[in-house]
Design a protein around this ligand. Structure first.
Ligand code: F6P
Length: 465
C-alpha cells in the first residue's frame, strides 16, 4: 500500500523544519523547496494521509506565508508554531546547530568549544522554552490517543511536557544525526547532559539510523545512572524512493545539467570523482581534496585524466565556523588547481550554488562517488548515487556514516581521518575492472532497494508507545 493510500489521521509529526518553506521575493513570500533530508523525505510519505505536521516557522517569510494562509499541503494539516525570534535564534542557532550538532558529530575543537558560560545557559533556557512551545501545540491539536513522532536533536526535551499535558498520546523520538559517545556528551554541563538524556528517556521509544548511535545513547543513559529498561531503542534507517529518484533523474533539466558537467569535465573519456554535500564540517571536504592532491602526486597517470566534481552547497551561514570552513575549502581547491591544472584540464570543479538537477546529473555520471564524513547519522547521497548512476561507478564510503551498515559489501571502505588511506581507496576505485564494478554496483542497488522510505515511517509508528 502506498503512503497516500492510507489514512494516518491519528498521526502527529513534529519537526523543527516543516514540509513547506518560503523566501521573500519583492516583499512577498514565495514557496521554495524545503531544505534538508528529513523534511524532504517525510513529506511524500504523509501527503494525502490526513496526518498533522507540527513545525516551526524559521523566518519572516514563513510567518507571512502562514498569516496569508499559504502554509497548506494536500491532505496534510500543517500547524506552524511561531516562537519569538530571539527565543528561536538561541534555540536553533546557539543550542541546536552550534552545540548539539557539534556534540553528536564529535566536532568540538576542545581547546575552545563548547563554551558553556552564563550566556549559553540563557540559550539552553530558550531551547527548553522552544521545546515546551512545540509540546503545547501538539497537546492542543493531537487527536485522542494519537501517535506523535518527534524528529531530531532540535526537539529532544519535549517528552516530559507531552506526558504532563497529554498522557493519552503514544510517542517516539527519532534522531537523524549520530548520538554523541558518553565522553563527548560529558563536555556539556553535567546537568544539561543529564536533562537531555532524562528527557529523551521520557519518550515511548527512541529511534536511530544505526545501531552504533542507539548504543551510544544507551551508554549515555547508563553513564548518567538512568535505567535503560524503560526506554526501548530501535534502529530503523531511512531509505531512498528509488522509482521517484530515477524518474527525476530522467528529466530534461538533468540532461541539460549533465551536458554542462561534461563541458566542465572536458570530455567523456575523462574519469570523474563526484561528491555532493552541504558545505558542512562533518562532511569532511578538506580531507577529500587533500586525498585527491596526494593521488595526483603519487600516481601521475591520473593527471589530465581525472576530474573531481565537488558540489558543496552553503549551509548555516550564520555560524562563523561554517564561513571559515568554506573559505578554507575554496582556498584548498584553488591551490590544487594551481598546482596541477593545465590549459585544458581543471582538476577540481567546485560549485557552491544549490542546484538539484545538477546534483542528480553528477550522480548519474560519476566513476567514483566520494562520501567521506567524519561522522554522519546516515547519508542519503551514498544511497541515491548507486540508484541513478549509469556507469557502474564505485562508492568510496566512510565507515563513520550510518549508511555504511547497509552498504559495506558493495562500497569501498574509507577511514575518513586518514588522507593517505582515502587517496589509496580513490586509486583503487579508478583502477577497478569492469566486472568488479558491475558486481559492486549491483550489490549497492540491491542493498538500497531492500528497504523503502515507508518502512522507516512504519518502524516509528510501530515503536510509538
Ligand atoms: O541530518 C539530520 C538533519 O535533520 C537533516 O535532515 C538536515 O539536513 C539537517 O539535519 C538539518 O538541517 P537544517 O538545520 O537546515 O534543517
Amino acid at each position: 500500500m502506498g503512503p497516500a493510500d492510507r489514512s494516518l489521521a491519528d498521526l502527529v509529526l513534529v519537526s523543527n523544519r516543516g514540509p513547506l518553506a518560503f523566501r521573500m521575493e519583492d516583499g512577498r513570500p514565495v514557496a521554495t523547496a524545503s531544505g534538508g533530508g528529513l523534511a524532504g523525505s517525510l513529506h511524500p510519505l504523509v501527503e494525502g494521509t490526513g496526518a498533522t505536521w507540527v513545525a516551526s516557522s524559521m523566518n519572516d517569510a514563513d510567518r507571512l506565508a502562514a498569516a496569508e494562509g499559504l502554509m497548506t499541503a494536500d491532505g496534510l494539516r500543517i500547524e506552524l508554531v511561531e516562537p519569538e525570534p530571539d527565543v528561536y535564534n538561541l534555540a536553533y542557532n546557539v543550542v541546536s546547530n552550534a552545540t548539539l550538532w557539534f556534540c553528536h558529530h564529535h566536532l568540538f575543537d576542545s581547546a575552545r568549544r563548547p563554551r558553556t558560560d552564563r550566556r549559553w545557559m540563557e540559550a539552553w533556557d530558550a531551547y527548553r522554552t522552544y521545546n515546551r512551545l512545540m509540546a503545547e501545540r501538539v497537546a492542543k491539536v493531537a487527536p485522542e490517543r494519537g501517535r506523535v513522532l518527534v524528529q531530531d536533536y532540535h526537539l529532544a526535551l519535549m517528552a516530559p511536557a507531552l506526558a504532563d499535558l497529554r498522557p493519552d498520546l503514544a510517542t517516539s523520538h527519532f534522531t537523524h544525526t549520530p548520538f554523541a559517545d558518553p565522553s563527548v556528551l560529558r563536555m556539556l554541563p553535567t546537568a544539561v547532559g543529564d536533562e537531555l538524556l532524562t528527557a529523551m528517556a521520557g519518550f515511548g521509544a527512541c529511534g536511530f539510523h544505526s545501531e552504533r548511535w542507539a548504543a551510544a545513547f544507551r551508554s549515555g543513559l547508563a553513564t548518567a545512572g538512568l535505567t535503560t529498561a524503560e526506554t526501548p531503542t530501535f534502529v530503523g534507517p531511512l531509505s531512498t524512493d528509488a522509482d521517484g529518484l530515477r524518474w527525476s533523474a530522467a528529466g530534461a533539466d538533468v540532461t541539460a545539467a549533465l551536458a554542462r558537467i561534461e563541458d566542465a569535465v572536458g570530455g567523456p573519456d575523462r574519469k570523474v570523482i563526484v561528491r555532493v554535500d552541504r558545505m558542512e564540517l562533518s562532511k569532511n571536504l578538506l580531507r577529500g581534496f587533500w586525498a585527491f592532491d596526494e593521488l595526483l602526486e603519487r600516481e601521475p597517470q591520473h593527471r589530465g585524466r581525472v576530474v573531481f566534481v565537488a558540489l558543496a552547497y552553503p549551509t548555516r551561514q550564520g555560524l562563523p565556523e561554517y564561513l571559515a570552513y568554506q573559505d578554507e575549502v575554496e582556498t584548498t581547491v584553488e591551490r590544487i588547481n594551481e598546482r596541477w591544472g593545465t590549459p585544458d584540464w581543471t582538476p577540481v570543479v567546485l560549485e557552491v550554488e544549490d542546484d538539484y538537477p545538477r546534483s542528480l546529473a553528477a550522480l548519474t555520471r560519476y566513476d567514483v562517488l566520494l562520501v567521506n564524513p567524519v561522522r554522519d547519522g546516515l547519508n542519503l547521497v551514498a544511497m541515491e548515487g548507486p540508484l541513478v548512476n549509469s556507469r557502474d561507478g564505485l562508492l568510496a564510503l566512510s565507515r563513520e556514516a550510518g549508511a555504511f551498515d547497509r552498504l559495506a559489501t558493495g562500497a569501498l571502505e574509507i577511514n575518513p581521518f586518514d588522507v593517505t588511506d582515502t587517496a589509496t581507496v580513490l586509486a583503487r576505485a579508478l583502477a577497478c575492472g569492469a566486472e568488479e564494478r558491475a558486481t559492486r554496483a549491483r550489490e549497492l542497488r540491491d542493498a538500497v532497494e531492500a528497504r523503502r522510505p515507508v518502512d522507516w515511517l512504519d518502524d516509528q509508528l510501530a515503536a510509538a508507545r
